[in-house]
Design a protein around this ligand. Structure first.
Ligand SMILES: Cc1cc2nc3c(=O)[nH]c(=O)nc-3n(C[C@H](O)[C@H](O)[C@H](O)COP(=O)(O)OP(=O)(O)OC[C@H]3O[C@@H](n4cnc5c(N)ncnc54)[C@H](O)[C@@H]3O)c2cc1C
Length: 487
C-alpha cells in the first residue's frame, strides 16, 4: 500500500511522463496576451512544478532532438515565447519564493513567480519591521509578468534615475541545454549572466532569481499638466529634487494641437516615514475599460477623463513598491468589441529611445508622422532610463528618454501593415537622433534598423550558438533573426 506522499509522487511522475511522451492527439495553439497576433502551434505545452521535472523535460527533449520554447505570462509580442512545433514550457507553476535575506535585502524566487506574489510574500515576512525592503522597479501597465520573463527582456519601470532590471539582479540559476543547473552572477559565469539577461530565453531556462531589494519608502504623488517642450527641464528638476519615479502621459487626441504635446506629468517624492498613506482614489479594472473605450471612440474625452483623474490624486501618498502595481484586463480587446463593435483589433506597443534633449523635437515629428499615417494612438507615455553598461544586448545604450506608444491595430493584413509602417517610421526618427528601440514588442524593424540599433546582434547569435550549439532553446523570434542573418 502506498503512503499518501508516495502516491502523490508516483502520480506526479506518471502525469509527467505521458505529457512528454504521448504523440500529439490534438493541436495546441497558443498566443500572446496583449496583441493576440502571435498564434503559434506547439507540439506540447508542459507545466513543470519542480526543478527536477523541469530538468527532465529538457533532457528528454535533448534525447529526442526537439526544440524547446519558454513562456512566462506571454506578454511579449514578437514571438519570443513560442516556437512552432516546439515543446513549450509554461513556467508559471514554478512560482515559489525560496528565501528572503532580511539582513541584506536579497530575495530568491523561482522564475515563474509573478510580481504580486513576490511582493505579498516579502511584505508578510516583514510586517513587524520598522525598516522594510521593497522592489526597486517592475513593469508598469500590468502585474502579471513572471520574474523569468522580466529578466529575459531586461525590463524597466518608471524610475527617474534607474538602470534596467539587470541592475537589481544579484544572481540567477539557469537550466542549460543539457538539463544542468548553472549559477550566473557578476562573479560566476559572467558572460552568461550578461547575455541571458535580455537574452529572450535563448540561453536556457532561468529557474531561480535572486533579486536585490531596496529600502521601501513612502512617496507623495505630485501631478501637473505640462507641455512636451518643458519636459527635459522638468525631468531634470524632479531628479535634482530627489523624486524617485515619474512619467509623462501624453494626449492621444490626434485632432488636437495637444497631440503628443501636452500631458500629465506625475512624479513621486519621498516623504517622512511617519506620514500616513492616503490614496483613496484609484483606477479599477472597470475604470480602465471605460477609459480604453473612450480612447477608442473619443480621444479628446479620454485625455480629459485621464488628466482630471490624475489631477484629483495630486498629493496622495503611496509605498514605493506597491504604487508600481497596476490594473490590466487581459481580455480588453474582446470586452471592448462587445461594447463598441467594429472589426477585430488589439493594441501593439512600441518603445522608442532618444537622447533626452531631443525629446520635444522627436514628439513633434512623431505627432506629424502619426497624423499623416492616420495611426491611432490609444495610450502613450514618456519615461527615463539610465545607461545599462552590463547586459550584452543592452537597449539602454545611453541615458535615454523612453517613449511608449500603444497603437490600435486592425487584425487584417492591411491593419498590421499600417502599424508596422508607423513603427518603422518612429524607429527612423529615433535612429536619426542616435536613439534606438525595444526588441520586446514586435519584429517589424527593417534589418538595417536592427543593425543600426543593435550592432552587436550577430555576435549575440554567435553567443547563442556557443552556449546552445544544438539550438535546443528556440522561438519564432529567434528563427526569424537567425534566418535573416543566414541570408
Ligand atoms: C501591457 C504591457 C505592459 C508592459 N509594460 C512594460 C514596462 O513597463 N516595461 C518593460 O520593460 N516592459 C513592459 N512590457 C513588456 C514585458 O515586460 C515583457 O514582455 C516581459 O517579458 C513579459 O514577461 P512575461 O512573463 O509575460 O514573459 P513572456 O512574454 O512569456 O516571455 C518573454 C521572454 O522571456 C523568456 N522567458 C520567460 N520566462 C523565462 C524563464 N524562466 N527563463 C528564461 N526565459 C524566459 C521567453 O522565452 C521570452 O523570450 C509590457 C508588456 C505589456 C503587454
Amino acid at each position: 500500500m502506498l503512503t499518501r506522499r508516495e502516491f502523490i509522487r508516483t502520480a506526479a511522475l506518471f502525469a509527467l511522463a505521458p505529457r512528454i511522451l504521448a504523440p500529439r492527439e490534438r493541436e495546441i495553439w497558443i498566443n500572446d496576451v496583449h496583441s493576440q497576433l502571435n498564434r503559434t502551434r506547439v507540439r506540447e505545452l508542459l507545466m513543470p512544478r519542480t526543478r527536477e521535472e523541469l530538468a527532465e523535460i529538457v533532457r528528454s527533449a535533448s534525447r529526442k532532438g526537439l526544440p524547446i520554447s519558454v513562456s512566462g505570462c506571454r506578454h511579449s509580442m514578437g514571438g519570443q515565447q513560442f516556437a512552432t512545433d516546439s515543446i513549450c514550457i509554461d513556467t508559471r507553476p514554478l512560482a515559489r519564493v525560496i528565501s528572503f535575506d532580511q539582513e541584506r535585502g536579497l530575495i530568491e524566487a523561482e522564475g515563474g513567480v509573478q510580481w504580486p506574489k513576490l511582493i505579498r510574500t516579502y511584505l508578510d515576512a516583514q510586517q513587524e519591521n520598522a525598516k522594510q525592503w521593497g522592489i526597486a522597479q517592475k513593469q508598469t501597465g500590468a502585474d502579471t509578468f513572471t520574474l523569468g520573463g522580466s529578466l529575459s527582456s531586461n525590463v524597466h519601470g518608471r524610475g527617474l534615475a534607474m538602470k534596467p532590471l539587470i541592475s537589481n539582479i544579484e544572481s540567477f540559476t539557469l537550466i542549460n541545454a543539457d538539463g544542468k543547473s548553472v549559477r550566473c552572477s557578476r562573479d560566476e559565469n559572467n558572460e552568461l549572466f550578461r547575455v541571458a539577461i535580455g537574452g529572450y530565453g535563448l540561453f536556457g531556462l532561468i529557474d531561480s532569481v535572486t533579486l536585490r531589494l531596496v529600502p521601501r519608502q513612502k512617496l507623495r504623488r505630485v501631478v501637473e499638466i505640462i507641455h512636451a517642450g518643458d519636459l527635459p527641464k522638468r525631468f531634470e528638476e524632479r531628479i535634482a529634487q530627489e523624486f524617485l519615479y515619474g512619467d509623462f502621459q501624453f494626449s492621444v487626441d490626434e485632432k488636437s494641437p495637444d497631440f503628443l504635446q501636452r500631458g500629465v506629468f506625475s512624479c513621486y517624492q519621498p516623504i517622512d516615514e511617519h506620514d500616513p498613506i492616503v490614496a483613496e482614489k484609484k483606477l479599477r479594472n472597470d475604470d480602465w475599460l471605460d477609459l480604453l473605450r473612450l480612447a477608442y471612440t473619443d480621444r479628446e474625452k479620454a485625455f480629459k477623463y485621464y488628466s482630471d483623474y490624475y489631477l484629483s490624486t495630486n498629493g496622495q501618498t503611496y509605498w514605493s513598491d506597491t504604487s508600481q502595481l497596476s490594473a490590466y484586463l487581459p481580455n480588453y480587446a474582446k470586452k471592448l468589441r462587445e461594447q463598441i463593435g467594429g472589426e477585430e483589433s488589439s493594441l501593439i506597443i512600441t518603445e522608442i529611445y532618444v537622447p533626452r534633449t531631443d525629446l520635444p523635437d522627436f514628439l513633434a515629428q512623431a505627432a506629424k508622422l502619426l497624423r499623416s499615417n492616420r495611426t491611432i494612438v490609444i495610450y502613450g507615455t514618456v519615461r527615463l532610463i539610465e545607461k545599462d553598461d552590463e547586459s550584452f544586448l543592452a537597449w539602454a545604450k545611453e541615458s535615454y528618454a523612453c517613449i511608449i506608444f500603444n497603437l490600435l491595430t486592425l487584425h487584417k493584413l492591411d491593419g498590421i501593415k499600417a502599424s508596422a509602417r508607423s513603427f518603422r517610421c518612429l524607429i527612423d526618427l529615433a535612429i536619426a537622433r542616435g536613439g534606438s528601440y525595444y526588441l520586446t514588442y514586435h519584429k517589424f524593424a527593417k534589418p538595417e534598423q536592427l543593425i543600426a540599433c543593435y550592432p552587436q546582434f550577430k555576435q549575440f547569435l554567435n553567443l547563442k550558438r556557443k552556449y546552445d550549439p544544438t539550438e535546443r532553446f528556440q522561438s519564432e523570434w529567434y528563427r526569424y533573426y537567425r534566418n535573416l542573418f543566414a541570408s
